[in-house]
Design a protein around this ligand. Structure first.
Ligand SMILES: [Zn+2]
Length: 130
């Protein structure tokens, strides 16, 4: 049996180590806040936390929308190539087509059951690999 390659070790260990690193960062921030409440690091921490809260608020109250502007003609006429997948875009007013472009945001707006669509896509991908 061959030993696993280093890249697979990293892929295996990262999900185990990353939570500890993040927890350590939170612990370090709490230690700085309690030990040095008036230091510049504290104010930088408040600034970063404020930016995170602003970002959360902005993305909650103004979520992303599908960009339907065609890269060639500029009209709001992009559609998904196939309503059964989230990949592939085409323009209804010109000849623009891109089978590799993501139509995820369009599918998100159009589909009521996005989970079923994703499940069907994954199943089709698994079937094509067999
Ligand atoms: Zn177009």
């Amino acid at each position: 049996m061959n030993p696993p390659r280093p890249a697979s070790w990293i892929a295996f260990l990262l999900p185990l180590i990353l939570p500890l690193i993040l927890l350590g960062a939170v612990g370090l921030a709490a230690a700085i806040l309690t030990l040095r409440p008036d230091s510049i690091l504290t104010w930088v921490g408040y600034g970063v936390a404020g930016l995170v809260l602003l970002w959360l608020g902005a993305t909650t109250f103004w979520p992303a929308r599908a960009d339907r502007a065609c890269p060639e003609c500029g009209q709001e006429s992009l559609e998904r190539m196939d309503p059964k997948t989230t990949m592939g875009l085409l323009c209804t007013l010109c000849t623009y087509q891109d089978p590799q472009a993501s139509g995820w945001f369009l599918a998100e707006e159009e589909e009521t059951d996005l989970e079923d669509l994703v499940r069907q896509q994954r199943q089709a991908l698994r079937d094509s690999r067999r």
